[in-house]
Design a protein around this ligand. Structure first.
Ligand code: BG6
Length: 496
């Protein structure tokens, strides 16, 4: 979305290669997003897209597959001329990620350096396959021209601090930092960017945004879907690596950061890193007080029976992988010291909903003690990320009538006007990759500090392997998640 209007449009790529083109991420997110960019006429006419996968297919087979995939995944129905234009961009490349010859053949079909400025390589593959691809790209010279060809890496970047550092070293052996786009698609979501506007374009809010007025912050990313067909990845990753270390941590940094001196990629990232560095390290003995994990068992979602995690295809029958994680963090700086940040995420929860809920402190004076009202409930600011994108503020008003009684009203600032449609995060981010704008991508020190924050939790869980609490599919997670709260009057907020 060109946050800082500094994209270098003179370096538009003419090829876009998707590794893992027949995988889940490509079909759910990348292909629909590229199609929508096509429909919006945002893809340069000369751009070719190469689908790289192991399946023994021809370009014709691939096009049929795309037709099937896209008709269920795009907004609205397929527009025939747009779709035909889109199909014509694609070429299918049968290849093996571990075989350098497949990369040599790929290099042969890309336009020569002199004819074209650059290529984007999108790694829509399992983290375990990243290093083979990076090495093979280098082996056939596709890391060059240095500074031009781009490589897009999905999260999780590494599986802990050490492996993330190793992966980064490997990347930097073959690519310059300006070539690397570490994607966290939550940063492309409209509400997340709106949070910057909400905080820094409204003088009303910023003076209240600190420990003097805020009691605590909750960040919830609840999913009612299960692991879909991703057991081979998910059973090794779990909710902490899949969601909390990246998406939820990024949300936390945007809520907590100081205003950057400019809307530039590095200025924003500097502020986010400062937040991550200020998070109080969790001592080994304190892990239980700071983090709760659990796994879904059988249950009901929307009146339909849902299987437990261990019954999912491809999951080990005695797996202790967490599908739910809740954690509490403190940011030890002048703005936030003493304000708990509660984060939680899980699969097969009651609802598909993501929100940031900020609870303000009780008023200092008990002015209404002698009235029927007795005490007033605190104010909340609710930023809904999905499915609805909105911002609400809960305030008290007096109920009409003879008694001094109040009710809570929500001031609702919906981001969308009725005739507007939201963009999918991937549309924004893919366009940024193509235009060379890295503002909404992650710098390695962000990844590194986020791993430092969660590493003690992971280390503890790696040792404690005998047991994991469960929660029924369709519930709001395990009761244990309530023990994270610092005070009795704090509870999870599930609804807007
Ligand atoms: C991905 C995770 O990064 O984000 C998935 O790997 C998760 O497990 C997905 O379902 C959620 O993203 P969104 O945008 O669909 O809410």
């Amino acid at each position: 979305m060109n946050l800082a209007h500094n994209a270098s449009l003179d370096n538009l790529p003419c090829s876009f290669v998707i590794f893992g083109a027949t995988g889940n991420l490509a079909s759910n997110k990348l292909l629909p997003a590229l199609y929508h960019l096509e429909a919006a006429a945002r893809l340069a006419e000369s751009l070719t897209i190469i689908a790289f996968s192991r399946r023994d297919w021809t370009t014709e087979n691939w096009r049929e597959y795309m037709r099937e995939v896209l008709k269920d995944k795009i907004k609205g129905s397929l527009d025939t001329p747009v779709f035909e234009r889109f199909l014509a961009r694609f070429a299918y490349h049968k290849g093996d990620l571990n075989d350098v010859e497949s990369f040599r053949a790929l290099a042969d079909r890309l336009p020569p350096e002199s004819a074209c400025s650059s290529t984007v390589f999108y790694l829509a593959i399992k983290p375990a396959e990243f290093s083979a691809v990076i090495q093979n790209l280098e082996a056939v010279g596709l890391n060059k021209p240095r500074g031009m060809n781009r490589v897009v890496i999905e999260k999780p970047f590494g599986e802990d601090l050490e492996s993330a550092q190793m992966l980064n070293r490997l990347l930097h052996q073959h690519f310059d930092e300006e070539q690397v786009y570490r994607i966290d698609h939550f940063l492309g979501k409209e509400t997340v960017q709106n949070l910057l506007v909400f905080r820094f374009a409204n003088t009303l809010i910023e003076p209240l945004w600190n420990r003097n007025f805020i009691d605590h912050v909750q960040i919830t990313v609840a999913e009612s879907i299960g692991i879909e067909q991703r057991a081979d990845y998910y059973d090794h990753a779990g909710a902490l690596r899949d969601m909390l270390q990246n998406h939820l941590m990024q949300l936390l940094t945007v809520v907590a950061m100081e205003p950057p001196p400019a809307l530039e990629a590095d200025a924003l990232r500097d502020e986010k890193v400062k937040v991550l560095r200020s998070i109080r390290p969790i001592a080994k003995r304190a892990v239980h007080a700071h983090a709760v994990r659990a796994q879904y068992a059988r249950g009901n979602i929307d009146g339909q029976p849902a299987m437990g995690y261990q019954q999912e295809a491809g999951v080990e029958s005695n797996s202790i992988t967490e599908t739910f994680v809740a954690a509490k963090f403190y940011i030890d700086n002048w703005r936030w010291r003493g304000v708990p940040f509660y984060l939680r995420t899980g699969k097969r929860l009651a609802k598909q909903t993501s929100m940031i809920a900020i609870r303000f402190r009780h008023p200092p004076q008990q002015l209404f003690r002698e009235t029927p009202l007795e005490s007033v409930a605190p104010n909340w600011v609710l930023l809904s990320i999905q499915p609805e994108e909105s911002m609400r503020m809960e305030i008290h008003v007096k109920q009409p009538g003879l008694d001094m009684d109040t009710r809570v009203m929500q001031m609702n600032a919906s981001f969308l006007k009725t005739d507007e449609q939201t963009l999918d995060a991937y549309e924004t981010l893919l366009l940024d990759v193509i235009e060379g704008d890295r503002s909404l991508f992650i710098r390695f020190d962000e990844v590194e500090w986020a791993w430092r924050v969660v590493d003690p939790i992971l280390q503890n869980w790696t040792v404690e392997r005998e047991f994991i609490p469960t929660y029924s599919a369709g519930s709001w997670g395990p009761a244990e998640a309530n023990r994270l709260f610092d005070s009795d009057d704090q509870t999870w907020r599930n609804e807007l």
